[in-house]
Design a protein around this ligand. Structure first.
Ligand SMILES: [Zn+2]
Length: 154
């Protein structure tokens, strides 16, 4: 199980991204109107169609908007085990993924690997990666997805 990912650990949610050395987010596409969603949805938000198929999304896109989460989020829904004393701020952003045929694809919300405002710039190219998030009750690392600036920080 752990060795299926590029880094050791188990997925925070196996429906969100693929295993393997090159992770991909998993969304769904409406057979009726072509809308792509992330995360996967059972019905279409545009045409209410229910014929949704699983699609692996492009791993690159552009930073559409971002902020820095500067305080410990409410738990739940946040599942991290930090305390106010151990919490470290992290970047959160919207990434407009490339469309498979070129142009603009779906916008996804994601944690960012950068939390320094000087390192983030709207429009910069971002790439999907996996990062350690927390540990489960057996002490095993739990991993989640994040986007990192392509070629390092701005
Ligand atoms: Zn639709």
């Amino acid at each position: 199980m752990a060795s299926e990912y590029a880094i050791p650990g188990v997925a925070v949610d196996e429906s969100l991204f693929t295993t393997g050395p090159t992770p991909r987010l998993v969304g769904s596409q409406c057979a009726g109107c072509g809308v792509v969603t992330f995360p996967q949805a059972g019905s279409c938000s545009r045409c209410t169609g229910t014929s949704m198929t699983r699609v692996e999304l492009p791993s690159r896109g552009r930073l559409w908007s971002w902020t820095v989460q500067g305080f410990l989020p409410k738990n739940p829904p946040y599942a991290g085990k930090e305390t106010p004393l151990t919490f470290k701020p992290y970047g959160v952003g919207y990434i407009q993924l490339d469309a498979p045929g070129g142009g603009d694809g779906v916008i996804v919300e994601s944690r960012l690997t950068e939390s320094d405002a000087a390192s983030l710039k709207i429009g910069m190219e971002m790439e999907l990666t996996l990062i350690p998030f927390t540990t489960d009750d057996s002490g095993q690392d739990v991993i989640t997805f994040a986007f990192a600036p392509v070629g390092g920080a701005a």
